[in-house]
Structures are given as structure tokens and as C-alpha cells.
Ligand binder design. Sequence first.
Ligand SMILES: C[S@@+](CC[C@H](N)C(=O)[O-])C[C@H]1O[C@@H](n2cnc3c(N)ncnc32)[C@H](O)[C@@H]1O
Length: 216
Amino acid sequence: MGREFVEIFDEWVHTYDDSVYGKDKEYEDVFVKYDEILQAVADLAISPVVEFGVGTGNLTEKLLARGLQVTGIEPNEAMRQVTAEKLPDLTLVDGDFLQFDDKIEAKTFVSTYAFHHLTDEEKAQAFRLYAEKLPAGGKVVFADTVFESLQAKQQKVDFEASRGYVNLVEDLNREYYTTLPAMKELIEAAGFSVEFTQLNGYVWLINATKKSESGR
Ligand SMILES: C[S@@+](CC[C@H](N)C(=O)[O-])C[C@H]1O[C@@H](n2cnc3c(N)ncnc32)[C@H](O)[C@@H]1O
């Protein structure tokens, strides 16, 4: 489940790092401050860490540089190959946000630029699963494109269409980019407190902490 966009990365794997460092004009605004965004996520993580949608391993490198223990979970085989070559000592396995080895320990689940591959119902399911697996005080730290409202999303789509960014517009209409109120509701319903911080014109930092059983 949630794997319907995995094959897109069979092609994108070859140019993904060019895109994130500004060489793809259409995605330039999405990836503004890319390194700072990944660092913000890495800085909030506590070990051991499980990372979803590892891609080419750019967030992973920042987690490892902090000395954290990391298990990478990535459903795309081509991405796994690229990252295994870059980071040969990393434990990197097939899996996704909803299906991964039950025995993997985590105090933090992290991810960047990937959670929008799940529908909102799947996002809610994912947070319920993380609540089961994490101890009180355990964290989910994600950075991804989220919109303040459906109207704000439509304004962004219209703006990108007006400058002829057809691939980006297709992406924004195809995948499951949600709103801050919807994200807040599903995260709190799963038993987390959450703070959101805007990191660029698209991406928000989602910093969720599992509450204790008493709700504090
Ligand atoms: C845009 S890339 C982001 C890569 C990296 N995290 C980064 O920040 O540069 C999205 C990644 O999520 C992966 N992905 C797609 N569907 C997924 C799912 N359901 N669960 C976990 N990862 C998924 C893709 O294969 C791809 O590697």
C-alpha cells in the first residue's frame, strides 16, 4: 500500500541529485534550502532511527554524521542500489511507510520529501502504527510538502501552471499533498503532540512526539 508512485523513481534516480540541487527549474522552489531541511530533520532525531523513502541517501548521510544508528527503508530497488554503493555500511532494506520488518527498533521515524505518497487515510494508519511501536517521548520527524489550506494548494497549482511548469503541476495533482489542518488532526488522533515549521514555499517540518499513556 502507498507504493503506487515507486516506479517513477526508476527513471528519476539518475537525475534526482541534480533536481534537489537546483538543476531542474520546475522543482527549484520545492528544493530551496534542501540541505538545511534535511539537517533540521537530522538534528531532531534520537537514536535508533528508522528512515523511510531514503532515496539517494542524502538525509541518511546527515543522520550518520551525527553518530545515530540508522536503518533505511526504501521500496525502490534502483534507489536502494545507488544508496548501497554510496553508504555500504548502512542497513538498507525493502519496505515502505506501512510495511517494514517488525523487529526493527526505533525511537525516531524520519523521512523527507516522501510522506505525500500516502493518502490521508494511509497517513493516519502510519501514525497509528508508529504510536504502537514508539516509547512515550519517541518521535516522528518528517519534512514534506504540505499546504495551509486547499485554497492555498490551488493557488500554488495555478501559479505553477501560469509559468508553464507542466511536470510539477502534474505531480501536485497526482500525489496526495495534504493540508496542515488534516495532518494535525490525524497526528494528534494517533496520540502525538505536533509542531509545524515552514521551511520553504512548499516544505514544512513536522515534529511529532508520542505522548505518555496519561496523555501528557
Ligand atoms: C522524492 S524522493 C525523496 C528521497 C529522499 N528522502 C530525499 O529527501 O531526497 C521519495 C522517495 O520515497 C520513496 N517512496 C515512494 N513511495 C514510498 C512509500 N510508500 N514508502 C516509503 N518510501 C516511498 C521513493 O522510492 C523515493 O526514494
